[in-house]
Design a binder for this molecule. Sequence first.
Ligand code: PEP
Ligand code: MN
Length: 339
Amino acid sequence: MIISMVSQATQEEVEYVCNKIKSFGYTAHPIQGEERVVIGAVGDGKEKDHIISVMESVPGVESVIPISQPFKLVGKELKKEKTVIQIDDFSIGGDEFVVMAGPCSVEFREQLFTTAENVKAAGAKVLRGGAYKPRTSPYDFQGLEEEGLKILAEAREKTGLKIITEIISTENVELVNEYTDIFQVGARNMQNFALLKKLGKTKRPVLLKRGLMATLKEFLMSAEYIVSQGNPEVILCERGIRTFETYTRNTLDISAVPALHYLSHLPVIVDPSHGTGKRPLIAPVSNAAVAAGADGLLVEVHPKPEEAFSDGAQSLLPSEFQELMDGVKRYVSVDGRKL
Ligand code: PEP
Ligand code: MN
């Protein structure tokens, strides 16, 4: 349920309401809006009518209304204003368009450092690179693991870029947390609920990719797992879904961008690399992502795609990435945003 406080409610009144709702076995998630505090109260729904009538009579409470959607905390019913995630000197979900770019996998120092310098020069804010790779075949390159995390951290030192890397298991949350600025949860782990819960207990932004076969409702329920554990900083990422089409690697669902913005206050970014799997399609789809209202992009870039350990066919050369950024900038300015 949504408990709206009166605009002049005091801090003590807000705390009292939170404690009162907790006494019914609910969790309380206060959100400071522009005018008033709104408290998201989430519980099992038992004795809901009784709890609503009690909460309506608590001093400082203006109204109490049930939330109809199953995704209580990430939905627009609770919070109309967009969530803006501040990461050092830039933010995701506000008026900036944030591009994250880099190789699919961290392979060795030279590869990552060259890519990092290039994507930075082209205007990327975040360097991507997988150190733990969830590969379809157990015989394929599985990632450099901690060695890869160290190389990513060195690249951050050298360039000032922030880093994003994939987390594939609950076992590695503490370790990856020591290195990364943003956790990436891959499509294959979108419903790894134990992992989502553990990430929900951290204080780091989580980029959550849409599962290969996930509906938007399932996608938002996964985001709800993270937020319900206390971490409100979730970035949704549309990376294509599996359909009958085989020409492209996946079918990028461009309508997911406005649909997710309609349903949720969380930032939405697009991964045109996994979304298409084909180098010539990545720039046009990136432009479409801007037009559809995306808050940013996640793009694979490699200095020698033909030698890449993974996803070479969809990795852009640094020069191609520069062209993509030049094109995207034009659309971003039409949209009234900054890049
Ligand atoms: C990746 O970003 O390299 C990756 C494995 O992506 P996805 O989880 O979308 O397949
Ligand atoms: Mn990849």
